[in-house]
Design a protein around this ligand. Structure first.
Ligand SMILES: Nc1ncnc2c1ncn2[C@@H]1O[C@H](COP(=O)(O)OP(=O)(O)O)[C@@H](O)[C@H]1O
Ligand SMILES: CC(C)(COP(=O)(O)O)[C@@H](O)C(=O)NCCC(=O)O
Ligand SMILES: [K+]
Length: 231
């Protein structure tokens, strides 16, 4: 059994791989991990080295091999368009590797709605043709609130694609519209066979994508990461 970690800018996500099957591990706590026959940790990180060191210490798995995965120019049939391939966020890279393994031979628009929202186009030959990075749903709202005197927000997000009627609904609906607008525009620019959605804010976005061939894949990054396991 292997532990997979996707260390994002907001939080870490974990999954287990056993006999090639990926299952989520919602509670990443040392007491849960200690009971498991984990052989190695495969991880990808877009966060700081400090956060990584702290995580390693707190999980109590320092005795195991830790294998860090990085973006590359080419791996498992997928080709990165970046001139400096390692500068592509490894979560984006793994999203493409995961997408290609789930839907081989199909063109895919991959949307990761996390701290930042990323969009990446992967053609039917698994060639990355590029993407977009924009502020995530929460980051957009925080940016507006912190740079204005009179815009405020509420704790819970309840954004809808309709006109807001007060400050909070105008802000939340506006930020949701910005993300959905980017997705629709991306599709308009270069439609694909699949729209793959992942990331913590997927649930807010998915209801508005009914007219697209959309799949929500909460484990997408892990499907990419699992390809690196050498058994
Ligand atoms: N338990 C949670 N903790 C933090 N953010 C969450 C949680 N559940 C959903 N979210 C939402 O998910 C977003 C972060 O998505 P995620 O994919 O975890 O990001 P990252 O990979 O950048 O760490 C936040 O903007 C927040 O709105
Ligand atoms: C764009 C990102 C911040 C998204 O990370 P996330 O929101 O999932 O934490 C991450 O993929 C990243 O740090 N990318 C490096 C720059 C690039 O992809 O070109
Ligand atoms: K992510």
């Amino acid at each position: 059994m292997y532990l997979l970690l996707d260390i994002g800018n907001t939080r870490e996500k974990a999954a287990l791989v056993k006999n090639g099957k990926v299952t989520p591990l919602p509670q990443l706590a040392p007491e849960n991990l200690a009971k498991l026959p984990i052989k190695a940790v495969y991880f990808a990180s877009v966060t700081s080295q400090e956060k990584l060191i702290t995580l390693k210490q707190t999980l109590g798995l320092a005795h195991l091999p830790w294998r860090q995965v990085y973006s590359d120019a080419y791996a498992y049939g997928v080709r990165n368009v970046y001139q400096q391939p390692q500068t592509l966020g490894v979560d984006r890279w793994l999203g493409m590797l995961g997408g290609q393994s789930l839907f081989p031979g199909q063109s895919i628009l991959i949307v990761d709605a996390g701290t930042a929202v990323t969009l990446d186009w992967l053609d039917a030959n698994a060639q990355h043709s590029g993407g977009w990075i924009l502020p995530g749903l929460k980051m957009q709202q925080q940016a507006v609130v912190s740079n204005t005197a009179k815009v405020f927000n509420s704790e819970t997000f309840n954004g809808r694609l309709e006109a807001g009627v007060d400050t909070v609904t105008c802000l939340q609906n506006g930020c949701l519209a910005a993300v959905l607008g980017a997705i629709r525009l991306a599709w308009q620019e270069a439609p694909c066979s699949k729209l793959l959605l992942t990331g913590g804010d997927s649930k807010f976005i998915k209801p508005y994508l009914a007219e697209y061939p959309v799949s929500v894949e909460p484990l997408l990054i892990f499907h990419g990461l699992a390809r690196y396991i050498d058994m």
